[in-house]
Design a binder for this molecule. Structure first.
Ligand SMILES: Cc1cc2nc3c(=O)[nH]c(=O)nc-3n(C[C@H](O)[C@H](O)[C@H](O)COP(=O)(O)O)c2cc1C
Ligand SMILES: [Fe+2]
Ligand SMILES: [Fe+2]
Length: 409
């Protein structure tokens, strides 16, 4: 955990977390940085406190001491968002400090009671409110519901121009002691963006329409610095807002000129055709993300799907349905609402088939709007004729993807 002064009397306390499943579910191969902020006006406020993932606040408290702040002297907690990655520490905090005031949204107040039994000294703040910490640190608030829970607000400090939007504009990926996006080279930022897209697609994606509304609102705020609850701080506020705007747009498709190829196979029948398909794709001038299920996690697959306009699925029939891990990942992709993709599926069956039916059912039931080319299904091993059909369909798909993306621009 470390402390950095990011603006006048404004300190970031950050902790890198690794080897966990975020939300108990999402793999984070490059970890995540959790950020908390202290503003020392005449009164001291902490925004979105963090501590170790285990909820032990001692590290946070020792850092506060370095800043010559006794934890017990903190009288104001700004809770932008009650999800426990930002508020879990309050449970321990209230054992050592019984005299503090919380600022949160109306919905946040309700959740604070449900999660931590906090009912007293909660001041509800919203779009029209301000709160004065003294020494010019006048706080304003912007309600940005559902980015990522219904309670979320962004806090803006008039004195420094720092906007604290919590989950909005956040990212996975450890910052390894670096604070600002500007400290990363262009190459490093490209790599880091993969973690930002992983975070966006795994955590925030479902709420893309609300992300659009939040961005519209936040663009009106004269923010000089965007200091989120996860990941890097942005001096180039436009860059991260534009990036998030684009990620939100990918929900409805088209996204980028990319194809995600998801496949699974039990005994190598479908796999034989996958190998051929990959050779065909190698000759095409298009970015392809390849994932085998169940080996690759939902989160990894979803990250690729989010930026892809085209999807290729390859899996056999299993007990009259799809190969199960494919069904599971597609359900999750559907629930995150990666909509209107151009798609093609091929795969093996033994006697009855059934994968196609389940695929069509998921596409309809979750209103995914994926537009499928005629599938190629084969009994047992694929024949050379099947291989040729697959090759032809892949070429059609690549052309469709390019055309769709070009028409968007
Ligand atoms: C557990 C299991 C269940 C299966 N269920 C079906 C089925 O319901 N209908 C069908 O047509 N084939 C079924 N099959 C046959 C497979 O679809 C067939 O063996 C196919 O070639 C497997 O392709 P793969 O080697 O790419 O996994 C099943 C196979 C297994 C092992
Ligand atoms: Fe959250
Ligand atoms: Fe969060």
């Amino acid at each position: 955990m470390k402390i950095t002064e990011i603006a006048e009397s404004t300190y970031q306390l950050s902790v890198d977390v690794e080897n966990i499943l975020f939300e108990g579910l999402w793999e984070i191969p490059n970890g995540v940085t959790l950020n908390s902020y202290i503003i020392k006006g005449e009164k001291t406020a902490i925004i979105d406190g963090v501590c170790g993932w285990d909820g032990v606040p001692e590290t946070l408290f020792s850092l506060l001491k370095e800043l010559e702040i006794e934890p017990a002297s903190i009288k104001y907690l700004v809770v932008n968002h009650v999800e426990p990655d930002h508020s879990g520490w309050i449970e321990s905090f209230k054992k050592i400090n019984s005299d503090f005031q919380i600022l949160s949204s109306k919905k946040g107040k309700e959740l604070l009671e449900a999660f931590y039994d906090l009912t007293e000294n909660v001041t509800v703040v919203g779009d029209k409110d301000s709160f004065d910490l003294g020494n010019g640190h006048l706080l304003n608030f912007a309600e940005i519901p559902n980015v990522h829970w219904p309670d979320t607000i962004a806090t803006f400090d008039q004195a420094t121009g720092v906007l604290f939007p919590c989950d909005a504009f956040g990212s996975f990926g450890k910052c390894d002691g670096r604070i600002y996006a500007e400290e990363f080279s262009e190459e490093e930022l490209k790599e880091y963006e993969k973690d930002t897209i992983r975070y966006y697609s795994n955590i925030v994606a479902t709420f893309s329409p609300q992300v659009k509304s939040a961005i519209k609102k936040v663009r009106e705020i004269p923010a000089k610095l965007i200091a989120p609850g996860h990941g890097l701080v942005w001096k180039d506020t436009k860059a991260i807002m534009d990036a998030y705007d684009a990620y939100a747009d990918y929900q409805k498709g088209p996204a980028r000129a990319e194809i995600t190829f998801i496949w699974g196979s039990m005994y190598g029948m479908t796999e034989a055709a996958v190998k051929h398909a990959l050779k065909v794709l190698e000759k095409e001038d298009i970015t392809v993300h390849v994932h085998r299920v169940p080996e690759d996690s939902w989160g990894t697959v979803l990250t690729s799907v989010w930026t892809s306009t085209g999807i290729i699925l390859a899996m056999p029939t299993y007990e009259f349905k799809m190969f199960p891990p494919m069904g599971a990942v597609l359900e999750e992709i559907g629930k995150k609402k990666a909509l209107n993709r151009k798609a093609f599926r091929f795969g093996s069956f033994g006697w009855s088939g059934g994968a196609e039916r389940e695929l069509a059912d998921i596409n309809t039931r979750l209103n995914m709007g994926w537009e499928f080319l005629e599938p190629v299904e084969f009994k047992g091993t694929p024949s050379s004729e099947d291989m040729e059909k697959i090759e032809a369909q892949i070429k059609v798909l690549v052309a469709q993807v390019k055309e769709t993306v070009n028409n968007k621009q």
